[in-house]
Design a protein around this ligand. Structure first.
Ligand code: PEP
Length: 256
C-alpha cells in the first residue's frame, strides 16, 4: 500500500500573526509545484496565529493545524481551546501529546486519549506524538514505552477513527538537539509502531496509518529518512520556521 507523504511544521511558541502570515506567503510559491496527491503540507502555528495563517494559506496546497486541543466542548478550563473553536477557524490537523506537552504540562496517555477522541469527533485529524527518552533507549525500554503510549493514547478508537489519525514518532533525545535517529534506527521503531497498530486495529488499518518521523529532521536528512518503508513523512520543528528550509526539506522528502 502506498501512503501519501505528510510533512508538518510545528512552529511551537514562535511567530506572531504578522510573522506567520509572512512565512506562509513566502512558502506558497516555493511549494506550489508539490501536487496535493503526492504530499500533504501542514503548518501548525500557535493559537493566536492560526486565523492569519488560514487566511494566507487559502487556495494554496498548505494545510493548517493546531498544537493542542481540549477534550471538553466548553466550560471552566482556563487557558484551553475546544474542538469547535478550532474547526470554526477552518483547520484540519491538530498535534496531540507532543513530548514538550508531556514534559512541561503534565500530559499523560489518558489526557492524550481524551484529546484525540475530541479531535476525531469534531472531524479533525490528530497528529499523535509518541517517543522515548534517552534513558529509555539506553535501558532497552524503547518499545515498552512506545507500546504503552500507543495502547493508552489510542484506547477506545475504532479502525474508522484511525483513518484520520497520523502518528509522529519523535525520539525525545532527537528533538531540537541536532541528533537525528539514523534512518535504520528510526525504521526499526516505525516498524514496531506499525506492528502495534496492526495488533490493535487489524492489518489493513495498521498498514494505512501514516507514521511521521520527528527529531532534527532537515533538508539534508529528509530523503533518506522518508525512503524507509515505514517512514511516511516528518514532523518538523526548527527547520519549519523558515520558508526556504521547510521547502527544501519537503522537496527532498518527496524525491524518495
Ligand atoms: C518537534 O518539536 O516536533 C521537532 C521535531 O523539533 P525539531 O525538528 O526542531 O527537532
Amino acid at each position: 500500500m502506498s501512503r501519501k507523504v505528510i510533512i508538518a511544521g510545528n512552529w511551537k511558541m514562535n511567530k506572531t500573526a504578522a510573522e506567520g502570515r509572512a512565512l506562509v506567503e513566502a512558502l506558497k510559491p516555493l511549494v506550489a509545484d508539490v501536487c496535493p496527491g503526492v504530499a500533504d503540507i501542514v503548518v501548525c502555528p500557535p493559537f493566536t496565529t492560526i486565523a492569519a495563517v488560514v487566511e494566507a494559506a487559502r487556495g494554496s496546497n498548505i494545510k493548517v493545524g493546531a498544537q493542542n486541543i481540549h477534550w471538553a466542548e466548553s466550560g471552566a478550563f482556563t487557558g484551553e481551546i475546544s474542538a469547535s473553536m478550532l474547526t470554526e477557524l477552518g483547520i484540519e490537523y491538530v498535534i496531540i501529546g507532543h513530548s514538550e506537552r508531556r514534559q512541561y504540562f503534565g500530559e499523560t496517555d489518558a489526557t492524550v486519549n481524551a484529546r484525540i477522541k475530541a479531535a476525531v469527533k469534531a472531524g479533525l485529524k490528530p497528529i499523535v506524538c509518541v517517543g522515548e527518552l534517552l534513558e529509555d533507549r539506553e535501558n532497552g525500554n524503547t518499545e515498552k514505552v512506545i507500546g504503552t503510549q500507543l495502547e493508552g493514547g489510542l484506547a477506545g478508537l475504532t479502525g474508522e477513527d484511525m483513518a484520520n489519525v497520523v502518528i509522529a514518532y519523535e525520539p525525545v533525545w532527537a528533538i531540537g538537539t541536532g541528533k537525528t535517529a539514523t534512518p535504520e534506527v528510526a525504521e526499526l521503531t516505525h516498524n514496531f509502531i506499525r506492528c502495534t497498530l496492526k495488533d490493535m486495529f487489524g492489518a489493513e488499518v495498521g498498514e494505512g496509518v501514516r507514521i511521521q518521523y520527528g527529531g532534527s529532521m532537515k533538508a539534508e536528512n529528509a530523503a533518506e529518512l522518508v525512503a524507509q518503508p515505514n517512514i511516511d513523512g516528518g514532523l518538523i520543528g526548527g527547520a519549519a520556521l523558515k520558508a526556504e528550509s521547510f521547502s527544501a526539506l519537503i522537496h527532498n522528502a518527496i524525491a524518495r
